[in-house]
Design a protein around this ligand. Structure first.
Ligand SMILES: Cc1cc2nc3c(=O)[nH]c(=O)nc-3n(C[C@H](O)[C@H](O)[C@H](O)COP(=O)(O)OP(=O)(O)OC[C@H]3O[C@@H](n4cnc5c(N)ncnc54)[C@H](O)[C@@H]3O)c2cc1C
Length: 387
């Protein structure tokens, strides 16, 4: 198989080791299994646990970024690319667990931290990030879930939509509107365990693809949580959400680089091995130009991911930089993967081949953590601030 990995400049020894482990893990446990997960509509929790044991879960630890044994943001981006080359449905749930774990690690009680984080690190326990609602997607400020003060506790009421790994999660971090101590209404963040009375976990959505993501709706019918389970008070929830979403956008973009790379490698392999009209398909100029265009988009995509990583410590630059990266990579991945599938002829339709499977996932990536149009909104706002 052709290999079109990215540059290794700027990666530390820890990063290189993790990238190597991710590549090997994907080859052994993901690439040849992902189509079966999709056909069976199964969430591969046992594969997540195996990956966690290889250090591929909870890799992001911003407060420890300076430590020598922790991978850098660039390193995690390259790992995300490797995982995406296997399957978005493998990469995304593992990456998303980082943001859930941050909320617990930074704002949870000692009891929450010690009961949840070790199991999350081992890949045996998952949490759901509950921001989106049936009536509030792009416009998250319109969220309608509430947390009310009743009898010295918080009562959570509302419905959350499209919760990644929601079918498997044993707890949720829930963004809800609440009245603060000064009487003003703001969004707070609450930790809600799945077993509490009033928590109703929906079945996985039937989607056009991506069933291994375990995506569903979760309803909270007057669920009581204690003060200790308020992770962030009213007014502070959104700042955490947007911080997490910036990182999520970066790593969705890196994952989409991996999908595009896998499609290109497969198309290169196929057109080099397949004969038509007395010569290799790759020797016709038409296919060469198709491959060349995808390769250009892959390089440009990686450059935008790398550029975003360089802005990580400056929020004002990081937010638009990840919006550029997420928008561009997911925009070129979809037609790029269609091109790769086209180069495989009817083989491009087979579930076991990467191009068709990644094509479905590339569409999903266009919505994740804000649609393409919302990235444009972020970019345009940052442009207007320069005037
Ligand atoms: C597989 C999957 C997993 C997800 N996981 C999670 C999760 O774990 N937790 C979570 O909270 N959310 C999750 N999401 C939700 C995701 O973040 C939302 O789907 C996304 O923010 C878009 O919201 P929406 O789908 O409701 O689209 P809508 O808000 O209904 O938008 C519909 C269309 O209108 C466009 N639009 C909206 N506003 C504007 C505007 N101002 N200008 C121009 N166009 C506009 C949008 O771009 C889109 O094309 C997930 C989504 C998917 C697909």
């Amino acid at each position: 198989m052709a290999r079109l990995e990215g540059r290794t400049e700027g990666l530390t020894d820890v990063d290189l080791d993790l990238v190597r482990r991710a590549r090997q893990f994907v080859a052994e446990h993901v690439a040849s299994h992902a189509s079966r997960w999709e056909l069976d509509r199964r969430v591969p929790t046992e594969t997540f646990a195996l990956a966690a044991q290889q250090g591929l879960a909870l890799m992001l630890q911003p407060e420890k970024e300076a430590r020598a044994d922790v991978p850098s943001y660039l390193g995690v981006a390259r790992v995300a690319e490797e995982m995406g080359a296997g399957c978005l449905t493998f990469a995304l749930p593992l990456l998303a667990q980082n943001y859930v774990a941050w909320a617990v690690a930074r704002h949870g009680t000692l009891e929450a931290r010690s009961s949840l984080l070790p199991q999350m690190r081992a890949g045996s326990l998952f949490g759901g990030f509950c921001l989106t609602e049936p009536g509030a997607g792009s416009d998250v400020a319109a969220l309608a879930t509430t947390a009310r003060r009743v009898g010295g506790k918080w009562t959570i009421t509302g419905e959350k939509a499209r919760v990644l790994l929601g079918t498997e999660a044993r707890f949720f971090i829930v963004f809800a509107k609440a009245k603060g101590a000064d009487g003003s209404v703001g969004v707070g963040l609450y930790l809600v365990r799945a077993g509490l009375p009033g928590v109703e976990i929906g079945d996985a959505y039937a989607m056009v693809g991506g069933h291994a993501l375990g995506c569903n709706s979760v309803r909270f019918w007057d669920v009581e949580v204690s003060d200790e389970d308020m992770l962030l008070p009213p007014g502070q929830g959104f700042s955490f959400a947007f911080d997490a979403i910036d990182f999520a956008r970066l790593y969705v973009a890196a994952t989409a680089c991996g999908m595009l790379r896998a499609g290109l490698e497969e198309a290169l392999q196929y057109t080099t091995g397949r004969m038509a009209f007395g010569q290799r398909i790759v020797d016709f100029q038409g296919p060469q130009w198709m491959l060349a265009d995808v390769a250009t988009h892959l390089l440009a995509s990686r450059a935008l991911v790398d550029e975003a990583v360089t802005c990580v410590s400056d929020r004002a630059r990081f937010t638009p930089a990840v919006a550029h990266a997420k928008k561009f990579v997911t925009q070129v991945a979809l037609p790029g993967l269609a091109t790769c599938a086209q180069l495989l002829g009817a083989n491009g339709l087979l579930a076991r081949n990467a191009s068709g499977r990644h094509f479905q996932c590339a569409k999903i990536a266009q919505y994740l953590d804000g649609s393409t149009e919302i990235q444009n909104l972020v970019i345009a706002r940052s442009l207007m601030r320069t005037i």
